[in-house]
Design a protein around this ligand. Structure first.
Ligand code: ADE
Ligand code: ZN
Length: 334
């Protein structure tokens, strides 16, 4: 490990953009498929992994939704979440805000209680056994209708004590934020915070409307905001954090090469950007692998790493006091 990598490993950090279904490693997928008597369309981990080559977001999503199909019992959701939490602990993640896609489960007849209770129990155990705090984010699929999303959101009502925010993911192009105006109003009535994927593949206009129409508290990805200087200023004025996912951007061809990744430009412009793994089982690594990859490609300084790590706490939905405590802990280690 070089000096920068050692610093990355040493510093406690938060992860704010992680789809729990995207942390489903092939080995665990085969094990769960076997105990649920489900035949996967691949006969080995290697042949499944050979399909993990994507030209765009949609090609990835088609494979990601297939993988989800083997999840059935509360134990399956617990095991999926616990496996991610162990990886997070190894990377010195001390706080995580994870998304799940309820519709990818409920549309197969799995009850929302099974999904939420399984994930939630692992998160509770992570606090006591691994020292990792967390929030859960209820993420709706934007390729579905707003009405379907509203109906799914109502199913969250008995579980509001376990859910911090609403999110919006899946196919971005052709599904602009304003399609979900009523959904986000309803989420606000329910007391949820609000985030949305915006500007991953979609244009700067989608980032504008995620902010102005949906009233989001944080932006997932946001890469394409850099095409609009006024938007960059607006995001800074509103102190909105961008949850950036470098290896995801590379695998989904949002960038052609990590040496062209915009994270350094974002920092230099004073944007509150931070680093995440998105769907680590599919994109080649967990949060520290993402740090290592961009630190190498963009020749990051120690100051860049410290800034990114501090941004990860500033952008979290933790209380101001907790954020201060985490940042003080980072400073103590420098
Ligand atoms: N669902 C899982 N990962 C996603 C991503 N990177 N963009 C949109 N939807 C997703
Ligand atoms: Zn994502």
């Amino acid at each position: 490990m070089n000096k920068i990598e050692k610093l990355i490993q040493k510093l406690p950090k938060a992860e704010l953009h992680l789809h729990i279904e995207g942390s489903f490693e092939p080995e665990l997928m085969f094990a769960i498929a076997k105990r649920n008597n489900i035949n996967l369309p691949h006969d080995s981990v290697e042949s499944l992994q050979a399909t993990y080559e994507f030209n765009n977001l949609q090609e990835f999503l088609d494979i990601y939704y297939q993988g989800v199909n083997v999840l059935q019992t509360q134990q399956d959701y617990y095991d999926l979440t616990w496996a991610y939490l162990l990886k997070a602990q190894a990377d010195n993640v001390v706080h995580t805000e994870i998304m799940f896609d309820p519709q990818s489960h409920t549309e197969r007849g799995i009850s929302i209680d099974t999904v939420i209770n399984g994930i939630h129990q692992a998160l509770v155990d992570a606090q006591t056994q691994l020292g990792i705090s967390s929030f859960l984010i209820f993420s709706l699929l934007r390729h579905l209708s707003e009405q379907e999303c509203l109906e799914t959101l109502e199913q969250a009502v008995p579980h509001l004590d376990k859910i911090k925010a609403i999110g919006l993911d899946s196919s971005e192009m052709g599904h602009p934020p304003e399609k979900f105006t009523k959904l986000y109003k309803r989420a606000e009535e329910l007391g949820l915070l609000k985030i949305a994927h915006a500007g991953e593949e979609g244009p700067p206009e989608y980032v504008w409307s995620a902010i102005d129409v949906l009233g989001i508290d944080r932006i997932d990805h946001g890469n394409r905001c850099l095409e609009d200087d006024n938007l960059v200023e607006y995001i800074k004025q509103k102190s909105l954090t961008l949850t950036v996912c470098p290896l995801s951007n590379l695998k989904l061809r949002v960038v052609d090469d990590l040496t062209h990744h915009p994270i350094k430009i974002m920092l230099d412009k004073g944007l509150n950007a931070m680093i995440n793994s998105d769907d680590p089982a599919y994109f080649g690594g967990y949060v520290n692998d993402n740090f290592f990859a961009v630190a190498d490609a963009l020749d990051f300084s120690e100051e860049d790493i410290v800034q990114l790590v501090k941004n990860s706490f500033t952008g979290s939905f933790l209380s101001k006091d907790k954020i201060k405590e985490h940042i003080a802990q980072v400073d103590k280690l420098l």
